[in-house]
Ligand binder design. Structure first.
Ligand code: ADP
Length: 354
């Protein structure tokens, strides 16, 4: 293929950052393809000439779009999975040329498909989290309204359970709103130079009643000698640490201890919460800060029996987003059956701010 088609194709190819382009002849053999297309096929550019689309890209869906365009003589659109193990998704347009063959343009929609998948998972997760308390409330209310129980104490117990489940729902909604506000950057941080000692004293005081109920002691890790300030929003940092401390208590055995402390690491202040509880299995550690991620639902349910409410797997996602909003980070080390240390880092205040 020479002449105007070819030079127009070369001009299109020269447009960097555009879609991937492939020129095929009327036998659907590749005449010319761009560098990106060659990279996608995992071959050098020149070696593609003369190859069929299937041989070059191993994608039946790409070939199908070309065949349909060629048979109908009309511009045809479709989708194809390409790249190693079909890891990338492309929107494909095939346009027949007057002098035979096709120009195929491939637009990468991998990111778009990923966002759609995340959104679908998100809705499925929320529905799942809502369904459990809603089912309980419905059953309890039904039992009360049909009059099958008529003794006062049982009725009161049912009403208390309904209240507990609605509290759980309200907490879930609060967490979701919180997460979406922090995530979207809608919440403005009110940064202050904070004394880490005071931050920790506050968390220790607030976690006290929860720890007592779980029969867990709270203690403080040794205080570093340095005088530093953390540059953070006191409300948000407190919320993050409280979440970590709450988990420390929730996933600890009665009679054990949760230790809270801080240290300076380069230009950041790291606050950590260490427990000697059930720990997080290695296989789950990577994903634990994702929203809705729980190590295993039965384990969460077992804890739930001891301490009802708030186990939607959102706590650590909130901590991560708070850290990121501060330009900080989160992390953990854990060993199953031995315990975990979770930490959040926020920037250290410059000397002038102290
Ligand atoms: P949840 O509301 O379920 O506690 P999180 O996001 O706070 O949600 O935690 C996610 C999961 O991480 C929990 O379900 C739990 O399995 C695990 N996890 C969190 N903190 C700890 C900890 N200190 N020790 C052991 N497992 C933990």
């Amino acid at each position: 293929m020479t002449g105007p088609t070819s030079s127009a194709f070369e001009a299109l190819l020269a447009r960097r950052g555009g879609d991937l382009l492939i020129l095929v002849d009327d036998h659907l053999r590749i005449v010319r393809a761009g560098l990106e297309a060659a990279a996608l096929a995992d071959r050098v550019q020149q070696s593609l000439a003369g190859m069929s689309l299937i041989a070059a890209f191993g994608s039946a869906s790409l070939d199908a779009v070309a065949r349909q365009a060629s048979a109908s003589g009309e511009a045809t659109s479709g989708e194809a999975d390409l790249g190693r193990l079909g890891a990338r998704q492309f929107a494909v347009d095939a346009v027949p040329l007057e002098d035979g063959g096709l120009i195929m343009s491939l637009h990468d929609i991998t990111a778009l498909r990923r966002i759609e998948r995340v959104r679908r998972d998100f809705v499925a997760n929320i529905s799942h989290e809502l369904r459990t308390p809603l089912t309980s409330i419905k059953l309890l209310a039904e039992t009360l309204s049909t009059g099958t129980v008529d003794d006062g104490p049982t009725m009161r117990e049912f009403a208390t359970q309904i209240e507990r489940e609605t509290d759980h729902l309200a907490q879930l909604v609060d967490e979701l709103l919180d997460l979406s506000m922090i995530e979207s950057g809608e919440t403005k941080l009110a940064l202050e130079a904070l004394d880490p000692e005071e931050v920790i004293a506050d968390v220790v005081a607030r976690i006290g009643p929860v720890a007592e109920r779980g029969e867990v002691r709270i203690s403080r890790l040794p205080t570093p000698a340095s005088v530093v300030r953390a540059m953070a929003d006191p409300g948000r940092l407190g919320q993050a640490l409280l979440n970590l401390a709450h988990n420390g208590v929730k996933y600890s055995h009665p009679g054990s201890e949760v230790r809270i402390g801080w240290e300076v690491i380069a230009d950041r202040v790291r606050f950590s919460v260490a427990d000697t509880g059930i720990g997080v299995p290695q296989a789950h550690q990577q994903r634990i800060f994702e929203r809705f991620y729980k190590v295993d639902r039965s384990r969460a349910r077992e804890r739930e029996a001891r301490e009802p409410g708030g186990s939607a797997g959102l706590g650590l996602a909130i901590v991560r987003h708070i850290a990121e909003a501060h330009g900080g980070a989160v992390g953990m080390v854990s060993e199953e059956g031995v315990g975990s240390t979770f930490w959040i880092e926020v920037p250290r205040a410059a000397a002038l701010d102290v």
